[in-house]
Design a protein around this ligand. Sequence first.
Ligand code: ATP
Ligand code: MG
Length: 482
Amino acid sequence: MSNNTKLEVKDLTISFKTTQGMVRAVRGVDFELQQGETLAIVGESGSGKSVTSRTIMGILAGNGVIDKGNIFYEGEDLTQIEESEFHEIRGNKIGMIFQDPMSSLNPIMRIGKQITEGMILNGKRLKQQFEKLFHEEEARVHWLKRDIKRAKREFKKLKEKAKDDSSINLAEAKQTMQARVQKAKEELKPAKKELKRAKSEAKIKIKEIWNEQKEKANKDIQVLKDQLQGADDAKAADIKQKIIDRKEELARFKQVTKREARERAIKVMDEVGIPEPEKRLRQYPFQFSGGMRQRIVIAIALTLDPELLICDEPTTALDVTIQAQILELINKLKREHNLSVIFITHDLGVVANMADRIAVMYAGRIVELGTSEDVFYDPRHPYTWALLGSMPDLDSKERLVAIPGTPPNMLFPPKGDAFADRNKYAMKIDFERQPPMFKISDTHSAATWLLHKDAPKVEPPEVIKHRIERMLKRNSSSEVKS
Ligand SMILES: Nc1ncnc2c1ncn2[C@@H]1O[C@H](COP(=O)(O)OP(=O)(O)OP(=O)(O)O)[C@@H](O)[C@H]1O
Ligand SMILES: [Mg+2]
């Protein structure tokens, strides 16, 4: 992991409990995202794109379980933190935009309120200052509680395993677990006491800080009020405004105020290209077009100043022209706010001008990972070929080649390469063993047995080769991000 790594997903494995059994939605996904980078995750419906991104965001559905793996965000493992901590990360650090803007907007609430709501909710400045003062003590209590839970959970898992594995010494494991729980419980008592003490100290400190601010403001206001005497009308109006402003300044010390949030809302609406924001603030979602609604959703995500933006098919519901505008907007915001972006789509064509790197996903796994150039000009996985073949090509008369067959049923994931059934280049081994990720270059790898040194040399299909040639000819700058 380099210094610049924002996000690192390791061996992420996720299942859903359903009445028919466990759906193996994500099966060992690995990738990294660098600061300021755009990674596109591309794949057919059901390949696990949304599940992966929702898990990063901490909003996995209730019947979902993380079986294995880690999600490191700036080094902290998001799979191990409590919901309360996630709450802070969600929105403040990681923002998400979904496919259907209507589903993330409230149809009966004015746009202005929807944009300002989060800012006000997340903008309790004094309270945040207060909580920081006993953060360490609180983390210690959290950590001990978590350790108790974890010890019990690990033992439970072992007990399950012991049913099939007689070599496991359960009695010994139980003792170890109990000792660990006992120790944590003993440490928990003083830790809780310490937390209580830190909290009451913090309360006093914050009260002092607040009183000092209030006194200062009151003094300033008194001075202004004194000036009111004998002032003419114009002067008086000016002073009254100053008094209001001074009160506002004090309120802002405590929290994001309505006025402040409104000012910010107008600014972000302008930034995402919504004309006449002052007027538009008072309108309802149905008064906006689909493209404008998606801009609003993006504005809402922006108000919280995220560092990482996850876009899950943000343009799928839009027509082509509007789609291009939204992509342009995301690109612009990314540059101006130095965001890291995960961009999810089933359409490889969409990401050509967006992505620094592309991860191609199939049946819960990444099957090819590389820079945009790697994936567009030197694709290696037959599934990537199929995706490229199904991509609309504007200046050729070629018909779209649909990918034959359907993805596997993830209740029963195949033993070998999940794409084997649909792959005309599949070999015997493809049906038997899952291919590892073969490294092609420092930036490029793919999981297909075709890359094994003993595999027959297979060229991409002619239609793909033609496309690559044409794309290369047309020059990289317009077709693929350089
Ligand atoms: N709550 C759930 N319960 C059961 N199965 C689920 C649940 N959520 C997702 N799945 C399954 O997990 C797999 C991956 O779904 P996911 O939504 O990540 O696909 P996707 O790649 O985002 O597809 P799309 O392009 O259709 O959005 C699918 O087989 C899906 O049916
Ligand atoms: Mg999805």
